[in-house]
Design a protein. Structure first.
Length: 449
């Protein structure tokens, strides 16, 4: 009998006996059959994954900031402000160079190591957490460099890849079973997200709700532990600060009704956005076309950034503009179309990167735009429109309503007054996307079987 089967039977039997001794039927203490046993060695690996992922995440963010500062010639302040101050020609050249680096880099990687194998979702759901170490680390580094140069992709892709790949390698060194490797890889990916956004609980929930698809009590603790350790370790180099600055928020009946109405709209928008990502992923270039496609598409995005500099980068600046109520309706309408197109085109060019912040930015713009019309009927705080839209879009696109709410809470640290409207919105958005049979932005990137 395999060791992992022995461990499951031994531990399930122990849980059963514990329940019998207590005389209480507590099903959540009896894990599903595929949940691995958590030994002392496993806990040591969880801690090691947290530490190493925190250091890796901090290093990647240093590369990101250095690349951004060199590309746009600034030393401090927001990325978007630096892009807006830069000459239009600089934006085009920066994106063209980023496209050339992306195309040449990934062409060389595929020529040397073959295609595929570096997507976290595919590794967790199809390959028991196995990721090739060198190609994955190189892919993550290329991704963070081009995002720093202005590619319209998320910065969390690289730390998720590094965390999962390093966790998988630790599992192999320790001789862990396939079930343990998969759990550790998921914890590493969630910890990578947690440390670069300073969202320890959100990272843990992404591990559970998105990557493992279960809230089994036994899995909660390693997910939380790895994310918290990684976040604390990353504070050595990264600030322990709020990602988005928002004012004091209060509940209102207007925002509650708005959230209930916006939820299905956001679910519909998320479905269209996810299908665009699926189309882009299916049509990614192969062979020598990979040398040319990123150069062409990134250059077009650079040209687009002449009148709309907001399309560059992961979208953090757009989100902050919506929360400051500084985005006029015409600009919001333009960005609602241009930002998703720039992101999906960049992904479709063959580049690798995250989708979290671009998705959040699209939702925040949607909420702002719809809220602008709603304010003529029943006025409310404009920042509430943006936050509700961001949470609803994330929930539907990731198929993770709980993680979406917690992530918004941690990113702003000030949405207690909006908790009920947020829950209305994410429920409506998720139900609509599921009614339309929409997959998540992660599952649509799985390779065809």
């Amino acid at each position: 009998m395999r060791p992992d089967v022995d461990d499951r039977q031994e531990d399930n039997g122990s849980a059963d006996r514990s329940a019998e001794r207590s005389g209480v039927d507590q099903p959540n203490l009896i894990p599903p059959a595929d949940v691995p046993r958590l030994s002392v060695r496993m806990w040591l690996l969880v801690a090691a994954v947290g530490v190493v992922t925190g250091l890796a995440g901090a290093a990647l963010m240093e590369v990101l900031h250095l690349t951004s500062h060199l590309t746009y010639g600034y030393h401090s302040g927001p990325f978007l402000a630096a892009v807006e101050r830069s000459d239009p020609e600089r934006r085009v050249v920066a994106l063209a160079v980023a496209g050339a680096i992306a195309g040449l880099g990934w062409w060389c990687l595929r020529r040397r190591f073959g295609s595929g194998g570096t997507e976290v979702s595919a590794a967790l759901w199809r390959r028991e957490g196995r990721m090739p170490l060198i190609p994955t680390l190189a892919t993550g580094l290329l991704s963070i460099v081009i995002v720093g140069m202005g590619a319209s992709l998320g910065r969390e892709g690289a730390p998720r890849q590094w965390g999962a790949a390093l966790a998988g390698r630790f599992s192999d060194w320790a001789g862990m079973t396939s079930a343990h490797r998969r759990l550790l890889a998921a914890c590493g990916a969630g910890a990578g997200m947690a440390c670069v956004y300073n969202v320890p609980l959100g990272g843990a929930l992404l591990t559970l709700e998105v990557m493992l698809g279960t809230f089994s009590l036994r899995l909660v603790l390693p997910a939380v532990a790895s994310s918290c350790i990684a976040t604390a370790v990353a504070w050595v180099a990264l600030p322990n600060a709020t990602t988005y600055q928002v004012g004091q928020l209060h509940w209102s009946a207007s925002l509650t009704v708005f959230a209930a109405l916006l939820g299905p709209i956001a679910g519909l928008a998320a479905t269209g956005y996810t299908r665009l990502i699926a189309i882009a992923h299916r049509n990614r270039p192969q062979g020598r076309a990979l040398l040319v496609a990123p150069l062409l598409i990134f250059t077009v995005v650079g040209v687009l950034a002449i009148p709309y500099p907001q399309v560059l980068g992961n979208g953090k600046g757009i989100v902050q503009l919506t929360m400051d109520a500084s985005l006029a309706a015409p600009m919001a309408a333009a960005l609602l179309v241009l930002k998703p197109l720039a992101t999906t085109a960049s992904l479709g060019s063959g580049a690798s990167g995250g989708l979290f912040t671009p998705t959040m930015a699209t939702g925040a713009v949607l909420g702002t735009l719809v809220g602008d019309g709603w304010s003529h009927l029943w006025p409310a705080a404009p920042v509430g429109y943006a936050l509700i839209g961001a949470a609803a879009m994330l929930a539907a696109a990731m198929q993770a309503p709980i993680a979406a709410v917690v992530l918004i809470l941690e990113l702003t640290r000030n949405i207690d007054g909006l908790m009920v409207p947020l829950l209305f919105a994410v429920t409506g958005a998720t139900l609509m996307s599921r009614y339309l049979n929409s997959p998540s932005i992660y599952s649509v990137r799985l390779p065809a079987q």
